[in-house]
Ligand binder design. Structure first.
Ligand SMILES: Cc1ncc(COP(=O)(O)O)c(C=O)c1O
Length: 454
């Protein structure tokens, strides 16, 4: 009998059928306009009409090693043939290998790993672990943050994506402010404050909240080490170490969400490595497999793991430690190691930063640029002096819409968050490819420059 491919479908049916029968996240169903993607290779992907896009967002900030790497595809195929699935209670070869491999690249004694399906449930599990370990229930997280879209992770999220589902989210989360100098409420009148004092002000703010909430009620402080979608907020000197000390002082656990900032994105394996801080729990996803298969993980310190030696950890999912995802992660990490992609991101970091600074000098609609490794943000403003954002809080604007449209028409795929443009390319990008994207950015910014008032 002749086998027919189960994927047989004409290209021109991809878009209409997807629209007719599938539901889209983060969207009004009647307003979506998806790109019908056909294939992807390196830093590019192509639609069904053969149009090429330069991927300046690593798809969903996750394809760190670039698209179509045969080594990872091969590992997935081999695992699918050998053992596509085993229950979460079973020991498998990829489970044995990935746990050890991760313990070699994570900081300090983060030596044990709980596998999840993605970033949101990694954070959910980190919260469960922290609450069980401390016997306390409150979690402090920051306003300019995103931690995932499940009910608990939504509650942890500080940005307005949380608000749509309130009040029916996980209780017990208290938010605090982020040390973002450019938009600091506390420093409008003394913007020249030293980094040390600036950090101290935000640490005092956090400590005040800890005291008001009652330290004995707080299980953990959770933060994105370097904030992602909310604008690449890089901890000022002393801040992260200060948060670590506050947590130690009040016996509160520190959870670093490295879902976006991990796996070479900032030029180190994990962003915490820049400040030599070891969190008690660290969550990861995205770059863990470079999205070749869905996977998240919670890294925990040895004493946390030991706490559960005689106690049951009451949680788990059918696809926990899915062998195909674990095999993808192993191959992905091996690719990062053999191609030295973390070093590459570190080396390209200053190149990207220079390009962003140069754009900033040329375009009056750029208020500030921030980057670390290949993790960059450009804040667009109507007025450099007042710093009025080019789109209102939690909205877009005609100028931002026109900017995005221009970029996409010219074949550069990137992500914008209100008035902020993110630049998060695969770590394999070359200087020439970065320049290719920046040439289009340079042209698109003429649109936003026209919105600037003096
Ligand atoms: C920092 C951070 N944490 C958590 C998540 C949630 O990850 P996922 O979408 O895999 O659930 C994301 C996703 O963008 C993220 O950026």
């Amino acid at each position: 009998m002749q086998m027919t491919s189960m994927y047989k479908l004409d290209d021109d049916q991809i878009l209409p059928l997807s629209l007719e029968h599938t539901f889209w996240t983060w969207s009004a169903q009647g307003k979506v306009n998806p790109i019908p993607v056909q294939r992807a290779q390196g830093v590019y992907f192509w639609d069904i009409h053969g149009k090429r896009y330069l991927d300046f967002n690593s798809m969903t900030m996750c394809v760190n090693i670039g698209h179509g790497d045969e080594r990872v595809i091969q590992a997935i195929c081999e695992q699918a043939r050998a053992l596509p699935y085993a229950g979460p209670s079973m020991a498998t070869r990829p489970r044995a290998m990935l746990g050890r491999l991760l313990s070699e690249i994570t900081p300090g004694d983060l030596n044990k790993f709980l596998f999840t399906l993605g970033g949101a449930d990694a954070n959910e599990n980190a919260i469960k672990l922290a609450r069980a370990r401390t016997g306390r229930h409150k979690i402090l997280s920051r306003y300019r943050s995103y931690h995932g879209a499940t009910a608990g992770a939504m509650a942890l999220t500080g940005d307005p994506r949380r608000v749509a589902w309130e009040p029916n989210l996980m209780p017990g989360v208290v938010h605090f402010l982020d040390p973002l100098r450019y938009r600091s409420t506390f420093h409008r009148t003394n913007p020249e404050i030293s980094d040390e004092d600036f950090s101290l002000d935000y640490l005092n703010h956090l400590e005040e909240i800890i005291q008001y909430e009652g330290p004995e009620t707080i299980a953990a402080v959770l933060l994105e080490t370097v904030t992602g979608t909310n604008g690449i907020i890089i901890p000022p000197p002393g801040y992260l170490q200060g948060v670590r000390s506050l947590c130690d002082r009040y016996q509160i656990l520190l959870i670093a969400d490295e879902v976006m900032s991990g796996f070479g994105r900032t030029g180190k394996w994990f962003a915490v490595d820049h400040w030599n801080v070891t969190p008690d729990l660290m969550t990861m996803a995205k770059g863990l497999t470079s999205a070749y298969a869905p996977l998240g993980a919670v890294a925990m310190r040895e004493d946390m793991a030991e706490f559960f030696n005689q106690r049951v950890f009451q949680s788990g999912l059918t696809y926990t430690a899915h062998p195909i995802s674990l095999a993808a992660a192993i191959a992905n990490i091996q690719v990062m190691q053999s191609d030295q992609l973390v070093e590459r991101a570190a080396n390209l970091g200053p190149v990207l930063h220079r390009m962003m600074v140069d754009l900033g000098e040329k375009h009056p609609s750029i208020g500030e640029v921030r980057s670390i490794g290949l993790f960059g943000a450009i804040e667009l403003v109507r007025n450099r002096k007042t710093r009025e954002p080019l789109a209102p809080f939690n909205h877009s604007s005609p100028e931002m819409d026109a900017f995005k449209k221009f970029m996409l028409e010219r074949g550069v795929f990137l992500y914008t968050h209100w008035h902020t443009v993110l630049i998060i390319p695969p770590l394999i990008i070359t200087q020439e490819q970065l320049a290719e994207g920046f040439e289009v950015l340079d042209q698109a910014l003429e649109i936003t420059d026209r919105a600037v008032s003096s």
